[in-house]
Unconditional design. Structure first.
Length: 311
């Protein structure tokens, strides 16, 4: 509770600072305000997203992935490398390496919930607080990304009910959308999102016999197959199908998914869903608020019973 109260006070201070019209010439004050805001955002991610705690060896391994960082004031620190118990870097327009104690950096990361240069002075010796903060902020961003599953879906369609019955191949698993007419929402709207994880589309979808018998509606179907760069275990494949269905239902709220509309994403693993191909009315990315500028897709392959691995 004390940490939450302290964080609220920090955010309020930053907000009040921004409410004042800070002269642009006062770069130091503006930098401090920006630093507070960034650390506030990272605090929320670190605790709301429940980043997995790491030990000092794992901390070193993660630091080795960082090559260049930028501070709040747009200063660049490059050629970052772990050398024994220190992490070395170059400042802009400098040729001499400087170093930060990894032990000090780890204690700073482990003990403090808010990362900024003022607090860094308690832990980091020398005149390297700014690069230390920049490195830890970059580390937090990378760890946040690692907490998400990346789920890539290739969509095909539309298909008729008769065409669906033939979808029984080794790649015919995943999630699906059903479109048709609704007396309130209109014609050709998304009615249902489902999954076919243990049965093919051609087996699972016809089990909804009421759809096939309701000739007046003439539903159409879009099939989403999961893709990736590496082989998955069968358990992981099925888990991703289940998670993809949950995210799609949560976002789209289809009329025929009434039994599943009380599912809350916060109770599930975090994921980024990429929708490619003929995705019908779906957005290209979920959650929409976290959409990337672009996503390279060309090398991904559709998962199938031939390329998943049994544990």
């Amino acid at each position: 509770m004390k940490e939450v109260k302290k964080q609220k006070e920090t955010e309020l201070y930053a907000y009040n600072k921004l409410q004042c019209r800070i002269p642009l010439a006062n770069a130091r004050t503006l930098s401090r305000v920006c630093n507070l805001l960034i650390s506030s955002i990272l605090f929320k991610y670190k605790y709301l997203m429940k980043l997995k705690p790491i030990n000092i060896d794992e901390f070193k391994q993660e630091l080795q992935k960082i090559k260049t960082v930028e501070s709040i004031t747009k200063k660049t620190y490059s050629s970052i490398q772990v050398n024994g118990d220190t992490i070395q870097f170059l400042r802009e327009d400098k040729t001499k390496f400087e170093s930060i104690s990894i032990t000090e950096l780890f204690q700073f990361y482990k003990q403090e919930k808010v990362i900024n240069t003022s607090i860094a002075k308690t832990y980091i010796s020398g005149r390297v607080q700014s690069p230390a903060v920049a490195i830890l902020n970059e580390l937090n961003i990378k760890l946040m990304k690692d907490t998400y599953q990346e789920i890539i879906i290739e969509w095909e369609g539309p298909f008729t009910a008769e065409e669906i019955k033939d979808k029984k191949g080794e790649t015919d698993f995943g999630v699906y959308q059903v479109y048709g007419n609704h007396r309130i929402y209109g014609s050709n709207v998304l009615l249902y999102v489902g999954k076919a994880e243990k049965q093919t589309f051609g087996v699972r979808i016809p089990q909804h016999s009421e759809w096939f018998e309701w000739k007046e509606n003439q539903q159409t179907y879009f099939l989403g197959k999961l893709c990736g760069l590496e082989h998955l275990s069968i358990e992981k494949w099925e888990s991703q199908i289940d998670l993809a269905e949950t995210y799609l239902i949560d976002h789209c709220q289809p009329a025929w998914n009434s039994k599943s509309l009380n599912i809350y994403i916060s109770n599930y693993e975090k994921a980024h869903i990429y929708n490619h191909g003929n995705k019908a009315s779906l957005p290209p990315f979920l959650p929409i608020a976290e959409a990337p500028e672009k996503h390279e897709y060309s090398n991904y392959k559709v998962f199938s019973t031939d390329n998943v691995v049994a544990l």
